[in-house]
Design a protein around this ligand. Structure first.
Ligand SMILES: *[C@@H]1O[C@H](CO)[C@@H](O)[C@H](O)[C@H]1NC(C)=O
Length: 149
């Protein structure tokens, strides 16, 4: 086997091991399509969120509408009940998206998820939405996390 073939075979495997995309469910991205969700640091899934730390959430999506602005809304779903989860910056245009949003364009939305020390140590599902001017979801994703001390 030629050296070149070995490289071609091994490199994709290494890339997968070091940057495994977060498994998510789409909860109704009506005017966009999610390509990839990345949370750092998250060495194994479900992501363990340590109290007092902050995590970066990177959602790569394709918009299907034009929109002047975008607003993020985050909930923690605990036993089926969505509880508002405060994030420092709600304006998507300040989170890696260059606004106005254009149709059929790929954007990476990057924001911080701060985990307060007073949060309980529980497993929950994070519901992260980004809404356009008409309050329609550019993306809506669900991913499980575990809050740990
Ligand atoms: C977000 O993810 C996309 C797709 O993997 C990548 O191109 C981009 O550099 C990431 N942005 C940050 C700030 O990590």
């Amino acid at each position: 086997m030629a050296f070149r073939e070995v490289c071609v075979l091994l490199l994709p495997l290494l890339a997968l091991a070091y940057a495994e995309p977060v498994k998510f469910l789409d909860c109704g991205s009506v005017v966009g399509k999610v390509a990839l969700v990345d949370i750092q640091p998250c060495p194994k899934q479900p992501c363990q969120l340590h109290k007092g730390q902050s995590y970066s959430v990177n959602v790569t999506f394709n918009s299907e509408v034009a929109s002047q602005g975008s607003t993020a809304i985050v909930h923690g779903v605990i036993a089926g009940i969505p509880v508002p989860f405060p994030i420092p910056v709600e304006d998507g245009c300040k989170c890696g998206i260059s606004c106005p949003i254009q149709t059929q364009t790929t954007y990476s939305y990057v924001n911080q998820l701060p985990v307060k020390s007073e949060y309980p140590s529980i497993k929950l599902v994070v519901k992260w939405e980004l809404k356009d001017d008409a309050s329609k979801d550019l993306f809506c994703i669900l991913f499980p996390v575990q809050i740990v001390s």
